[in-house]
Design a binder for this molecule. Sequence first.
Ligand code: SF4
Length: 482
Amino acid sequence: MEKNKVLLFYPPGPMFQRGEDRCQQNIDDGSAQAMRACNDLGYAAAVLLKRGYDVKLRDYQTELCTMQDMISEIDAYKPDLMMLSTTNTTIFDDIKIMNDLKDRFGGVMVLKGAIFYDPEQEMLDLLDLSKIDYMIGGEVDFAIGEVADYALRGQGDVKAIDNILYKDETGKVVKTRFHVWGEDLDNQPFPARQLMNNALYTRPDTDAPMATIQTARGCPSNCVFCLTPLISGKHVRFRSPENVMAELTECYEKYGIKDFFFKADTFTINADWVEKLCNMIINSPLYGNIHFTANSRVNPLRKETLELMKKAGCFMVAFGFESGSPEMLKLIRKGATVEQNLQAAKWCHEIGLPFWGFFVIGFPWETKEHIMETKKLIHKCDPDFIEITIALPFYGTSLYDTCKEENLLAENVLGSDFFHSSMNGTKYLSMDEVVKLRRDILLGFYLRPKYILRKAGECVKQPSVFLNYCKYGVKLVVNLFK
Ligand code: SF4
């Protein structure tokens, strides 16, 4: 019997981290981030392959394909089901693409993305979902297999598939059960990297292929702007270090990948777990052959954890410092202090572990003085790289509720991103002022002669890294003056 065919894809167009539901970052307009691997599609593909489907996985945006390329491929493949991974910013364009594909080719149409996580009817009413059959709001690998079985094989009960939206007999969009998560991550198959173009996703400095390894899901913190506690839960679900080691080994041995991004909502939250994984790497044949980066909170954090991470091959750690204002850190419920931000930076400098600093400005309560405190913190911490995003009130976050109450929403949240926020400013600053402050702080940080000399010095033996730094530097300046 011929197998049902499924196409999982990112459409052509601007680059977004579509696989990272919590941030859905705009890559084209940011500073120094590169596209990360399409693990959401990879996980979905692995689940579908296991259930006997014929699966095609395509990241048209990162491959720089045109709409015509995509349409020709779909015409040749003739899928029975298509799933597009969407974002808060691209949803209107993505729906147009899906509507067009439905008209041309028919089949079952599925959208996957955090905007469908227990959405309000008010938001759904803004979207033309007439040709979309299913919307997956939760973790795709825990839903797509059952959705495909129901839609293509008539098996199972759609009402029992958690964290999705489907249409009833009258065409009305119905939600299933939300706020439940699959617990057993070790039992999920690894992303189907045999279907992914792994060379597309690289380290920004060396351009070497970099795989994303999801080590845990969920975060117990309450940051007002973050979708994670809503979509991944406040209880952290860890994979076992053994299971992560097996995936690392597969990537290294089967695909020749030596660089990794350990994706967790906050990788260092459980120091014992991190230490166990690092020790396993150190005592394995991978030691010295692989390198990794990871994100971290500044609290809880131990210096010994950072030291061990460096020893195991960590080349960069990324901290969400967010703000240099004690008042802002409290209002955004970061659960960390300016002193802890400084401490984490100091430890990295002492250990010689490069680090990224992520900052956010434009919170509803922010004045220019608050933002100047963030600028001061940036210079005191002196990270290797920074990104400053503008507060974005995603649907479902308490930041959204505050912005609504304070009348700070300029337009619909859908269609906006961290560099084109849907707020019309803070209570005290216009959006133009916030954008200008962001530009001034970024230029003031990156264009310091001391910084440029330091980075140039680090690259003396690696001209290709220097070229990549220049490439991202030019991109940053161009973006800031666009
Ligand atoms: S620490 Fe805050 S920003 Fe980071 S994942 Fe948790 S809730 Fe989100």
